[in-house]
Design a protein around this ligand. Structure first.
Ligand SMILES: [Zn+2]
Length: 201
């Protein structure tokens, strides 16, 4: 049965941090500066209710640049987790890259390393997964990992190295699109495999 097979692997929505789920403050280095964007909690609930893991993937070169310590980043992410808990939702995991762009590491977006590590650790089917971010680097990383990609931007005429699967103005519309896309992809798969939604033909 195809359904038994697909149930083995999980699916994820990878989320960028700054400008996607929290207000963008360059090199945010104090937990008190952190503010959730208005639709973050609601979108996370919808994403997780639909069976996706919600996984944060964030470039934090501020560590390599000496703007903040790993301990401070830990406190910032604790505050993020606490704010989400107050809203009765959560992230399933947080991955960050602490390296400098010159380090040429494997994890800094636009490289797909964080997504590949998450896929390994959580047994994720990347083709059924999505990345949402406000930077073309997010789209590139997602595309290299084989995910569907959503760019949050209010500029429809952006010139991009890699086109996103969808361009959304904000996280709420990105979430609506991906939930509809995931649903229609599943239906297509079931039709191809000859399994009707009720399992009877
Ligand atoms: Zn890195």
């Amino acid at each position: 049965m195809i359904l038994a097979n697909t149930a083995v692997k999980r699916k994820a929505v990878f989320l960028d941090r700054d400008g996607t789920i929290i207000h963008h403050i360059p090199y945010l280095s104090n937990p008190d500066q952190l503010r959730l964007l208005p639709n973050t909690a609601d979108s996370l609930k919808k994403i997780r209710n639909a069976g996706f893991l919600a996984i944060l993937v964030t470039n934090q070169s501020g560590i390599a640049r000496g703007y903040l310590t790993k301990e401070m980043l830990q406190l910032i992410h604790e505050r993020l987790n606490n704010l989400l808990k107050e809203e009765k939702t959560r992230l399933d995991a947080i991955f960050y890259c602490q390296h400098h762009p010159d380090d040429n590491c494997y994890c800094r977006k636009p490289k797909p390393g964080m997504l590949l590590m998450a896929a390994e650790e959580y047994n994720i089917d990347l083709k059924k997964s999505y990345i949402i971010g406000d930077d073309p680097k997010d789209v590139e990383a997602g595309s290299l990992a084989g995910c569907n990609t959503v760019l949050i931007s209010k500029d429809a005429n952006l010139l991009l190295p890699v086109s996103p699967s969808f361009l959304a103005e904000r996280l709420s519309s990105a979430t609506e699109w991906l939930l509809a896309h995931a649903k229609s992809s599943l239906q297509e798969l079931q039709e191809r495999e000859g399994v009707s939604p009720t399992g009877i033909r």
